[in-house]
Ligand binder design. Structure first.
Ligand code: UDP
Length: 254
C-alpha cells in the first residue's frame, strides 16, 4: 500500500496521504505527552497497542451503526482512514468524576456523576484547549447547531456501546474524549463522522474489581507500568493472547 506525503504530525500520531483520494494513513507513534506536552516520554510499544485497541473499538462501533473514519488496519502501526475536516473540538463524555471535573468541583475521584455529562473543549494548544459552551461553538462557527446535536447524540451512543464493551471484560469506562470530522461526498454534501482514535490514551479505564488505572493516568501520575496496563486492556478485549507481545516485527500480530 503506497503511503503519500506527510500531512500532519501530532503528539501521538502522524497522518499521511492515503492511496486513494479521500483516504489517509494514520500512524501511531510511541510518544506520550501530557499537560499540553509539558511532560513527554517514549513508551515502547504504545503505538502498536493503541493501533490495535482503536481498530477493535472503531470496528465494533461500525457494526453498531456509528459512522467513523476507520477503514482497515494496514500493519502494526498504521490504519487506513477516511479523510475528514476535523471539527476543532474535543468532546469529553464523563460517567464518573475524575481528572479535571473532580478538581474543578471538588468531587472525589470515583464518585458516580448524577448523570452522564458531555463537555466541549476548543482544540488550541496555544490556549491550552479551553472549555467552551455550545453558544461559543455556534457563535464562533466552529460547528453548526445541527452538527452539535449530531455530535452529542453520537457521543452518548458511543458511551453506551463502549461502556458495555469494556464492562464485559471487567473494565469501567470512567470518561473519554472524542473528535469528529466532516466527510464530503461528490456533491460536497457533508456528514459528521467520528474520527481520531479510541484507546487508553484518551479514555479513563479502571479495573472493575480493584479500581486500578489502566490508561494514560499511569503516565500522567507516574504510576509506572503504562504499556503493561495498555497490553492488559488489549488482552481482556481478546486482541492479544495471554503471553503474546505485540511488536513491530511480530508478524503473527498483523
Ligand atoms: N483527554 C484527552 N485529551 C485531552 C484532554 C483530555 O484525551 O487533551 C481525555 C482524558 O484522557 C480523559 C478525559 O478526556 O479520559 C477527561 O480528561 P480531563 O478533562 O479530566 O483532563 P485531564 O485530567 O486529563 O487533564
Amino acid at each position: 500500500m503506497s503511503r503519500g506525503k506527510k500531512l500532519y504530525e501530532g503528539k501521538a500520531k502522524i497522518l499521511y496521504e492515503g492511496p486513494e483520494p479521500g483516504t489517509l494513513i494514520q500512524h501511531f507513534k510511541d510518544d506520550a505527552t501530557a499537560f499540553n506536552a509539558k511532560k513527554k516520554a517514549t513508551l515502547e510499544g504504545k503505538g502498536v497497542l493503541n493501533n490495535r485497541i482503536s481498530e477493535h473499538v472503531m470496528g465494533h462501533l461500525t457494526r453498531m451503526g456509528i459512522p467513523n473514519h476507520f477503514i482497515k488496519r494496514l500493519n502494526m502501526r498504521e490504519q487506513l482512514v477516511h479523510q475528514v475536516e476535523i471539527i476543532p473540538l474535543e468532546v469529553v463524555i464523563r460517567n464518573v468524576a475524575a481528572g479535571s471535573i473532580a478538581k474543578r468541583f471538588g468531587l472525589d475521584e470515583g464518585e458516580e456523576l448524577p448523570r452522564t455529562i458531555v463537555e466541549f473543549y476548543y482544540k488550541d494548544d496555544a490556549l491550552d484547549d479551553p472549555m467552551v459552551s455550545e453558544d461559543h461553538i455556534t457563535a464562533f462557527g466552529w460547528a453548526s447547531h445541527g452538527e452539535l446535536d449530531e455530535m452529542v447524540a453520537m457521543s452518548l451512543r458511543v458511551n453506551d456501546i463502549c461502556s458495555g464493551l469494556f464492562a464485559a471484560v471487567g473494565i469501567r469506562l470512567i470518561d473519554f474524549k472524542l473528535e469528529f470530522g466532516r466527510q464530503f461526498d461528490e456533491d460536497q454534501l457533508t456528514r459528521v463522522i467520528l474520527a481520531d482514535e479510541i484507546s487508553p490514551d484518551n479514555c479513563r479505564l479502571w479495573d472493575m474489581a480493584t479500581n486500578e488505572k489502566m490508561d494514560k493516568d499511569r503516565f500522567r501520575r507516574d504510576l509506572g507500568n503504562v504499556t503493561e496496563a495498555y497490553a492488559e486492556v488489549a488482552r481482556r478485549l481478546g486482541i492479544m493472547k495471554e503471553n503474546q507481545v505485540l511488536t513491530d516485527t511480530n508478524e503473527a500480530g498483523k
